[in-house]
Design a protein around this ligand. Structure first.
Ligand SMILES: CC(C)(COP(=O)(O)OP(=O)(O)OC[C@H]1O[C@@H](n2cnc3c(N)ncnc32)[C@H](O)[C@@H]1OP(=O)(O)O)[C@@H](O)C(=O)NCCC(=O)NCCS
Length: 130
């Protein structure tokens, strides 16, 4: 669903297996209906400790019920638990999802850019240290 025109390998990210990365899923009965991945990475051209959200998706029939919000808030709470809590959370959001991240307190950073095969994106950022 995230990469409808690409093979499943396109959903594998370099830091997936890193010990500081984690992956959340939401089940309804036996069905996995939502996924999101979190890894420790500074923003592009940034040097503050950051947590990056990737691979976030909720099955169409389950959207609009707070599942995405719940995964983000739980993920950011888990990321904040360690000895070196991130100062910010960020992601490359497809422009169609920028409004969703804005609802969760993220702000756009910089302008639009294209990710080949997926489309127009913006960096969305939420400070966690305020
Ligand atoms: C984006 C996505 C993960 C949102 O998941 P969800 O479970 O439907 O989101 P929630 O129900 O938690 O929504 C939280 C808030 O954001 C709003 N929202 C959800 N999707 C939105 C969108 N695309 N644009 C603007 N607002 C959106 C909801 O209305 C809700 O607002 P409210 O708190 O005022 O009611 C889901 O639509 C999806 O999987 N989309 C396709 C894949 C994708 O774009 N992933 C993001 C990659 S960057």
């Amino acid at each position: 669903m995230l990469r409808p025109n690409q093979p499943p390998e396109a959903c594998v990210y370099p830091l997936d297996e890193h010990p500081d990365s984690f992956h959340l899923g939401v089940r309804v009965d036996d069905d996995l209906v939502g996924v999101a991945s979190f890894s420790r990475e500074p923003m592009p051209e940034g040097d503050e400790p950051g947590v990056r959200i990737r691979g976030m998706a909720v099955l169409p029939g389950h959207r609009g019920r707070g599942i995405g919000r719940a995964m983000v808030e739980r993920g950011l709470a888990i990321a904040a638990e360690g000895d070196d809590p991130p100062a910010l959370a960020w992601c490359n959001a497809r422009t169609s999802a920028a409004g969703y991240y804005a609802k969760l307190g993220f702000e756009q950073h910089g302008g639009e850019f294209e990710i080949e095969g997926i489309g127009a994106h913006v960096v969305m950022v939420r400070r966690l240290d305020l």
